[in-house]
Design a protein around this ligand. Structure first.
Ligand SMILES: Cc1ncc(COP(=O)(O)O)c(C=O)c1O
Length: 389
């Protein structure tokens, strides 16, 4: 037996590893799985991005080490995009850092800010990295419950002052994975005021800002005056341009925070592949038609799923953003038992909500990364199996 770190014991198996195992087992048995699982777009990366990648791929310098905070051309493209999209000015030299996907940056941020015993304000349910990253750094997550009653938005007034005084970081993620909830500008204003009062670094995860419907335009925390004093924002090209496997994202905002993250990165990785940074710069600066086209497709799928579930007794509203549908489970079920029933009776794979935290119990998450026809089939299978709300 090798002697592993105690740190490792704090990590539950990564949610999707277990689900993928179960899926593989059923496929082996010949089951036709309708997969609403992981949030990985099924649509292609836009052609212009591939074209740029092909152009730069064989250049000698593409094969060299990148700088760990990213090529200046990429950081400039990020700053220009923020200006255009959010009317936020960023200094590419000090306020932007390229990431090997935003997960990498989020996970490394803890090394720059959290010491043993430090408190981190973590929403629940949420993207697992916020809590696990805290634990890996020896910090203590203080859970901010997200429930239907609070519209899946944390009530900052409920955070005791002594906890807030000890907190180093606070995470927010709107539009949200897994709840699909959105927040308006006034919530971002409250967060900025709260974090200023207690000298907390506000960490906004904006991975889904471009995946929005019905005319809704998500806010960047950096739009709030004074936010740059205490906020860092993480962004990703993964979902906006169907580039999950390319591994490219960015951290922007408070220069001290961005530089602290870059210092950690310069000691653990050597940055994202330069050719990918060029292709990503092209994505951000080129026409955004593909984003609008994707959203049209997701919007239609959303309508089909929500209307379909509502025809089976649910009373769901159509989420204004993300490709996640956060669905309450029928009475008498748990998240796990209902997910298992869907899988075994209907071949439908969803993610049990408790995988995203204690307050995720009572829900399952459907991701609409599959064609409309498959969603229709899923609803038909549920109807046939008598699975209703
Ligand atoms: C809320 C949220 N943040 C960050 C990420 C990480 O994205 P990436 O590392 O691909 O940029 C994801 C991926 O699903 C996510 O849902």
């Amino acid at each position: 037996m090798l002697r592993k770190s105690k740190r490792l014991d704090k990590i539950p198996p990564y949610l999707f590893v277990k689900i993928e195992e179960k899926k593989a087992e059923l496929i082996k048995k010949g089951v036709d799985i309708i997969d609403f699982g992981i949030g990985d777009p099924d649509l292609p990366t836009p052609a212009a991005i591939f074209k740029k990648m092909h152009e730069v791929l064989e250049k000698v310098e593409s094969a060299n080490y990148p700088t760990s905070k990213g090529e200046l051309s990429f950081r400039k493209a990020v700053a220009d995009w923020y200006e255009k999209r959010f009317n936020v000015a960023l200094d590419p030299a000090t306020e932007v850092c390229a990431l090997i996907g935003s997960k990498e940056g989020l996970a490394h941020l803890f090394l720059a800010f959290v010491d043993a015993g430090d408190v981190v304000l973590v929403p629940d349910p949420a993207y697992p990295v916020y809590k696990i990253g805290t634990l890996l750094a020896g910090g203590e997550p203080y859970i901010l419950p997200l429930t239907k009653e609070n519209n899946f938005i944390p009530d900052l007034d409920k955070i005791p002052a002594d906890v807030a005084q000890k907190a180093k970081l606070m995470f927010i993620n709107y539009p949200s994975n897994p709840t699909g909830a959105v927040a308006d500008r006034s919530f971002f204003e409250k967060c900025v005021a709260f974090c200023k009062k207690y000298n907390i670094l506000l960490v906004s995860d904006l991975a889904y800002s471009e995946m929005a419907y019905d005319g809704f335009k998500p806010t960047s925390v950096l739009e709030i005056p004074g936010a740059k004093d205490i906020a860092i924002e993480f962004h990703s090209l993964s979902k906006t341009y169907n580039m999950t496997g390319w591994r490219i994202g960015m951290a922007v905002g408070n220069s001290e925070a961005v530089q602290a993250l870059a210092t950690i990165k310069s000691n653990v990785d050597s940055g994202a592949f330069k050719a990918i940074q060029s292709a990503a710069a092209e994505a951000l600066s080129g026409p955004q038609d593909s984003v609008r086209e994707n959203n049209k497709i997701f919007e239609e799928r959303r309508n089909v799923l929500i209307d379909g579930l509502n025809s089976l007794g649910w009373k769901l509203e159509r989420p204004k953003a993300t490709f996640y549908m956060w669905v309450p489970i029928p009475k008498g079920e748990t998240s796990a038992s209902f997910a298992e029933k869907l899988l075994e009776k209907c071949g439908i794979l969803v993610v049990p909500g408790n995988g995203y935290g204690t307050y995720g119990e009572g829900y399952v998450r459907f991701t609409i990364t599959l064609p409309k026809e498959r969603i229709i089939t899923a609803i038909e299978r549920m109807k046939k199996a008598g699975l209703a709300y």
